[in-house]
Design a protein. Sequence first.
Length: 236
Amino acid sequence: MSVTHDFSETVAVITGSSGALGSAAVEAFRDAGATVCAVDVVEPDDEDSLLEPDEGVRFYEADLTDEDDVSRLFEEINEDHGRVDHLLNIAGTWMGGDHLEETDTEEFDALMNINLKTAFLTSKHALPHLQDAEGSIVSVSARSGLEGGEGDGPYRITKAGIRILTETLAEENLGTVRANCVMPSVIDTPMNREMMPDSDHEKWVDPVDIAATMLTLCSEATSVTSGAAVPVYGEA
């Protein structure tokens, strides 16, 4: 069954837009008629970028771990488009890892900054615009953030933090801004295939399918859904 959504006359801000999931979300929202503000530190012409901006998509470079830069970003987006209806917090990374006693503090800090601080800062500075538009936030948590595990503790901690951030945003903005998150298992990306070449890639989740779920969570089809952590496990 094919489901379509009409996002015309809306503005969607999508972070991590140069990556596999971010670029899939950009395409999904663009195809649904939204004006897309694609945000990343990796520019579209970089060899590692999967983003292909075209009509309906404008790229914004920003360091989302720097609050001054995030503030500047939303001022610029507001000047350009006059509104923000949807925020997709996709910026993030996975670094594998060691047992906690062998984990470098620099690695812990990097994961906290890239995975959690970015979502906090973008949500903080998007909220005044989202409150005006009665919009929505969808962030990316992870299945592994539901429990502790061996070897990637800092990653799990940051993704558990995304879920709590989502619940907090939903509670503080009841009736105004909806906030939800998705919880993928392993996403089928070039980087993950390179890092885990011996895994069963057929059971991983296609970024296009996750993007479709995120689109639905921003749509009127889920107008009474807020504070949810939605599994997107695929066959894993």
